[in-house]
Design a protein around this ligand. Structure first.
Ligand code: RIB
Ligand code: CA
Length: 322
């Protein structure tokens, strides 16, 4: 079994929460910690949500580190549910763990340097604005040697944007950070809207998670039903994307995805700031810096989600879930 040592850089966020819980339910993954960033909601709320999710999982040993409260250059933009703030206790029980005192950027630098020294670089699942990662890479470029790849939920290459007609939220929220990460030399696995829009979780899947994943299932069902991402007008059918979980699913079952190498970049200013471009045919002369996912087997992705999260329904209170 391939074992992935990962850090999730995150702005919880409902789909972030599912990505984190999927990682913690999977024996193929060793989650070294969470680096938290502002995004969907302000940092105070993303941090509170991260503590709630780790507490809910029962994996109290997973360290949580607070990071950047806002983007590098542009003005702050939050997600569409920003007014909600932290998950209510009714949706996700109060946290029983607290964040570490170490800043997220210092955590990322420490983990990457140790990984480089051990000759075992780590994978970063970047599922929020990439401010923390950009700060780590700019302040300490040697960090890149300790990062095997960045699996980045972000961008839109053949799909239209959703935050603006040309931009996906994570990249739009901090395009300068994305530019730094894309040009860092660290291999990128891009998980853009092109592919996350192809797998929509429906009420049937939510009910299955609710019925099989115990308290975790109840929380996930409550979150998905409260912060509904379905949009028949956009998708032409019921259901909503679970963007961030795809970064973890790719580590677990890469064979259910299809992707192509490309040189990718991002517009950092002007009306199209946050727009991501991809050269899939070598026309720009730029070397490919990413593997861009463009397809997924929807049924197998959703089955992976439901079956893996079911682990929580078989674990008793405070029992090791794996
Ligand atoms: O565009 C989707 C991304 O923006 C997801 O990571 C979601 O959690 C928000 O951060
Ligand atoms: Ca996110």
């Amino acid at each position: 079994m391939t074992r992935h040592r990962i850090v999730i850089d995150t702005d919880p966020g409902v789909d972030d929460a599912i990505a984190i819980l999927l990682a913690l339910a999977s024996p193929e993954i060793e989650l070294l910690g969470l680096s938290v960033v502002a995004g969907n909601v302000p940092l105070e709320a993303t941090l509170a949500n991260a503590c709630k999710i780790v507490s809910l999982s029962g994996r109290m040993e997973v360290p949580i580190h607070a990071g950047a409260p806002g983007p590098l250059v542009r003005e702050q933009v939050y997600g569409k549910y920003a007014h909600i703030g932290a998950f209510s206790d009714a949706l996700v029980p109060a946290a029983t763990v607290r964040p570490q005192p170490e800043h997220a950027v210092d955590f990322l630098v420490r983990i990457a340097r140790r990984a480089a020294a051990d000759g075992d670089p780590v994978t970063i699942c970047a599922v929020g604005p990439m401010t923390n990662l950009a700060l780590a890479l700019v302040q300490h470029p040697d960090v890149a040697r300790g990062i095997r790849r960045i699996v980045s939920m972000g961008g839109a290459f053949t799909a239209l944007g959703h935050r603006t007609p040309w931009a996906e939220y994570n990249i739009y929220a901090d395009p300068h950070a994305a530019e730094i990460v894309y040009s860092s030399g660290v291999p990128i696995v891009a998980m853009p809207l092109d592919v996350t829009f192809q797998a929509l979780i429906t009420e049937a899947h939510i009910a299955a998670i609710r019925d099989t994943a115990g308290a975790v299932g109840e929380a996930i069902a409550g979150l998905l039903r409260t912060f509904d991402r379905s949009d028949v007008g956009r998708f032409g059918r019921p259901g909503g994307p679970v963007h961030d979980a795809m970064t973890v699913a790719w580590l677990l079952q890469p064979e259910i995805f299809t992707g192509r190498p490309a040189a990718i970049g991002v517009a950092v200013s002007g009306k199209t700031a946050g727009h991501t471009w991809g050269d899939f045919h070598g026309r720009s002369g730029a070397a490919a810096n990413a593997l861009v996912m463009g397809g997924v087997d929807e049924a197998r992705f959703l089955q992976l989600l439901v079956s893996r999260l079911g682990v929580y329904g078989r674990a008793g209170p405070n029992k090791e879930i794996r």
